[in-house]
Design a protein around this ligand. Sequence first.
Ligand code: GLA
Length: 672
Amino acid sequence: MDHPLSWPLGLDSLAYGGDYNPEQWPEEVWREDVRLMRQAGVTMVSVGIFSWALLEIERGMYNFGWLDRLLDLLDENGIRADLGTPTVVPPAWFYREHPEALPVNREGIRYEFGGRGAICHSSPAYQDAALSITEKLARRYATHPALALWHVHNEYGVPVSACYCETSAAHFRRWLTDRYRTLPELNSAWGTAFWGQRYVQWQDVRPPRLTPTAGNPAQQLDWARFTNDAILDNFKRERDMLHRLSPGIPVTTNFMTALSQCESLDYWAWGREVDIVSNDHYLVAEAERNHVNLAMSADLTRAVAGGRPWLLLEHSTSAVNWQHRNIAKRPGELARNSMAHVARGSEGAMFFQWRASRFGAEKFHSAMLPHAGTESRIWREVVSLGADLGSLGSVRGSRVKADAAILWDWQSWWAQKLEWRPSTDLDPRERADTWYAAAYDHHLTVDFAHPEADLGEYPLVLVPALYLMTEASSRNLARYVRNGGTLVVSCFSGIVDSHDTVPPGPHPGALRDVLGLTVEEFAPLRAGEQVLLAGEGQQLTGDVWSEFVVPRGADTVWSYVDGPAAGHPAITRHPLGYGSAWYVSSRLSARDVGAVLTRACSDAGLIERRLPHDVEVVERVGATNHYLFAINHSSTDAVVPLPSPGTELLTGAPVTDELTVPAGATRVVRHA
Ligand code: GLA
């Protein structure tokens, strides 16, 4: 373990359990709960996350008795507690006193109390009240024997992140003053010479509220940064209080790294501030092959954790309740999902939630203990997963071995998703998903990396969407290629700087030299229009985007056969220093991105694993052992070659040079 707070105190196995909301049940049910938790092999539960109104009934009037009894009961049964600070739902009395702490949306409408997360993060009243209940909890439970981990707030950033009220406006101006010092600096960074927006007094600078036409993109981008920072400051206040009053207990807050519902936080910054990175992941239930998105979420979370082990704090045993059609998981899917997270670095598998709610907005959400009770498939699968995870304790602390990296930058997405881009069909998140799927189907294990991170350890780096690039990231990629790396870049990358400003000269300003080309003009396609690309004896199909690429050192590998750029280069390769840089100027499907990947892998000297489709193989490397996870998402049995003999941990069977993984099953081999 690399630092003392990197693991829930006293937890001596993988974490297994879920959100536990016993306040929704009479206390006699709690005894049955802990009995069943023991039966299922539960090791830790998350409690108190939404309990502020029950703990502080009116300002300064506390009722901790029920939480005392609950934590004692957990302790008596050997179950560790991940204790929430309940600051995601201030009580009704708080809003009675401080209606101004309810957030205001971009249109100027104030939200009401009654859901959750209705918080203006710039509100001093909210900050004080949140710190006060956090302090009370920390003082009371710092030394409670059940306490293993602090769980601050819940899913910062949703359901609302920004508040556009006057208090937030003043806070935004303070943030801008720190960043730009003077108004001329701000005017220059925001390009206020455009459409007569020039400011002469700070008081005129406001949040980017609803405007009749497209708002200033640089202002909106800074607003997104400010919002992230304001929320992060509130997390840090609670964390610092907990560190001070409850030393030795790690602090986490549950991220949602790859959920498209939460793109308002820059988790690169957040990952540095928590003791343990934890994540919530929910399948897009209707998507075919949604295990690919799961893998991406896990890989991204590991990257945010700096490669350290992390913890899956929530996923679902079966259906959720908040998608359009909440498809139930099929038999075995619960185990495969959990094991895939563990394979990719999670030190356990936790769920929302332990016992299904009878009332409230989430009563149709699945749980470890469903409404159907213990005579149910879900319960049997929960018990069986608990036993399987129980046999994997030794993987703790081991690290995932990756073949390649994908660059990922929330700030670039914030910029690209603003109004008035050349084509709204070109979506950065879709590109990241598709390129990730291409890597997944090549059986490459990928890390994600920030564009300014050291990439030297990766033979191959993919850039599916990096519209905004800083000078530092531009230099970083050039250094990477010159030193022998293989870089593959997708269209509409390297277009603007950190103020959403196009650098002088032709696109792509930040990547011209490394890619050995310029782009004379973008040529987005009509809805449904496709273009053919020919090269390498292989035809590929693009849609949404094409452009006029002018090679300036790069070689053309595929050319456009038809469409606006017919006859012009479509996919190029630029030998540079000891490496090479590929450029893909159209939007390709995962299959066709795969054709480029095959070429790039050979440049990078990566030997692709020969494995059946949808058999996921990931390795974790520990101090003394290697662990090979093989998860068979397909409906036929698969055979996976093994690097050396070992022991299959779920069955206890010895294995030699190959491993049979039955359809739908997971196997974990420990090699010496
Ligand atoms: C999120 C929340 C939980 C619950 C689940 C339902 O992850 O953190 O409280 O609402 O969603 O899927």
